[in-house]
Design a protein around this ligand. Sequence first.
Ligand SMILES: Cc1cc2nc3c(=O)[nH]c(=O)nc-3n(C[C@H](O)[C@H](O)[C@H](O)COP(=O)(O)OP(=O)(O)OC[C@H]3O[C@@H](n4cnc5c(N)ncnc54)[C@H](O)[C@@H]3O)c2cc1C
Length: 400
Amino acid sequence: MSRTLSIAIAGAGIGGLAAAAFLARQGHRVMLFDQFEAAGPVGSGLMLQETGLVILDQLGLRGPAEALGAPIERLWGISAETGRAVLDVRYAALRSGLRGIGIQRTALFSLLHDAAVSSGARVVTGTKITAANAVNGTLVFAEGGAQGPFDLVLDALGVRSPLSSAPVNKLPYGALWATLPWPEEGPFDRSALEQRYEAARKMAGVMPSGCPHEGAGQSLTYFWSIRGDAHAEFRAAPLVHWKDAARALWPETAVLVDQITDHDQLTFARYRHRTHWPAAVGRLIHVGDSWHAASPQLGQGANMALLDAFALARAVQSCSEIEDIAAMYVRQRALHVRLFQLMTWAFTPVYQSDSEILPWLRDRLAAPLSKLWPAPPLLAALVSGALGSPLARLGLQSQR
Ligand SMILES: Cc1cc2nc3c(=O)[nH]c(=O)nc-3n(C[C@H](O)[C@H](O)[C@H](O)COP(=O)(O)OP(=O)(O)OC[C@H]3O[C@@H](n4cnc5c(N)ncnc54)[C@H](O)[C@@H]3O)c2cc1C
């Protein structure tokens, strides 16, 4: 594409900011709209996989993200009932040196936001978007008024995007989460995401999540699985009820649970699943969770939003017509999106559901089988996002 496009990006989250940085660097006029009044992310710590890190590298952000994040070499979970390891994924089983990064959302947001702004993208805050016109490329705001026409409109509004018409399937479970200082005396592994389960009804997790900015102390993100329809009950009950249950499931987390003195310290995230097809109509293109939202069970959503952003920028650089840009974008990403939407849909109930059979099978069959070749490298490929070769489809390769 040799001409300069005017591009509106709805949503300054992970996908929107990354797309803004890539497209502004190509010389396009980029405007980013978000409902927040002051730029800032909302949400828990998250895991960046090699897929997302390679995309960050294209923006010169891999080094800074690794410096702020915490390296994660292993995911492992133990059944609190049997004491048996029922999840044990080591990244090195796929390739030596491969690992993920646990990072605070605020750290990732700052890196991407600065990259977008310094590349020339304009961020417009306090604008709630209600609709878009895919034919003439305009955005409509809740406060009244519209902006456009734009050559391209990206919907990066996340899982609740009003621009995405695919129905959102609310999953029965979500999680309470809190970011806490890393306890120096604690028993947790600094290079592992650890979990404890009781069947699939109860789950607690501890993920190292680095520091929000240079010089700050190390942190972890604590997760507690909870049914969506039990959240009101959790809020109404004395906090000590939850604390007792959390300590009973995983006694070593007492050092974390003791730091929580108010319900508000635990933020609730309801998990949702949806895939919006087609991913592009006219001038409107969906990026990230607005295209494909899933539970964070496999830790891929942010990484997929980054892959989408790069794929779109690559299509804009390679094609001159809007319909060709859209077609190339979807071609590069569709297989990986379908694969991970399916995998996440299949794996989520094994760890978060009321099923008795699935966790029984998980503990007795899947856990021992997962130790036999070729399961270890396959599981590492699944968790690192490598299944379906998403980087090769973008002309990129893993750096580890
Ligand atoms: C508890 C939890 C843990 C997770 N852990 C991981 C993990 O470990 N690894 C991983 O890869 N992924 C994880 N995810 C998923 C990941 O957070 C998402 O997939 C990712 O944030 C999607 O990026 P996005 O850019 O599509 O949307 P978002 O990052 O959600 O950004 C959407 C933006 O749009 C704005 N917006 C929304 N509606 C409007 C509107 N109407 N008008 C204007 N602005 C609007 C919002 O303010 C926001 O800035 C997790 C998710 C949750 C909930």
